[in-house]
Design a binder for this molecule. Sequence first.
Ligand code: CA2
Length: 144
Amino acid sequence: MKLLLINGPNMNMLGIRQREIYGSDTLETIETLTVNKAKELGCEMDCFQSNHEGAIIDKIHEAYQKYDGIVINPAAYTHYSYAIADALGAVSIPAIEIHMSDIHSRESFRSNSVTLPYCIGQVAGYGKESYAMGVEKLVEYLSK
Ligand code: CA2
C-alpha cells in the first residue's frame, strides 16, 4: 500500500516555536517516525508539507490513482478550508485527520473541522504519537 502524509501551514515551524503546545520534535523527526510506522505495517509513505492552500489541493489531486490512503494534518486549514475538504471529497481516497494538540480543549474555533466529514476519522491530542496512531487506524481501515 502507498500512503501520503500531508502537513499544512506552519508545521515547518515545529520544534522551533510554541514547544509548550506542540513539543520539541521537528517536522523532519515526525515525518521519519510516521514513515517508519508505515514501513512497520508494510506500507510505503511519501511526505509533503506546504503553507499554501492551492499547493495542498494540487497534491491531493495528484494523489488520485497513485496513493491508497492519506494521513493529513491540515493545520489551521482544518477549521475553514472548504476547498481542501472538497479536494479530499473529489479524490475519494481514504484519509485520516491528525492533530498533535487536543483541538477540542483549546480555543472554540479549533474544535470544528470542516475536513473531518471527508475523512474516515480523527486522531487528536497525542502529540507526535497522533501520527503513528493515525497510520495504524488508516491501514486497519484499508486492510478490511
Ligand atoms: O494540533 C495540531 O496538530 C494543529 O493542526 C496544529 C495547527 C493548528 O492551527 C491546529 O488548530 C491544530 C498549527 C500548526 C503548527 O503551528 C505552529 C506555530 C508555531 C510554532 C510551531 C507550530
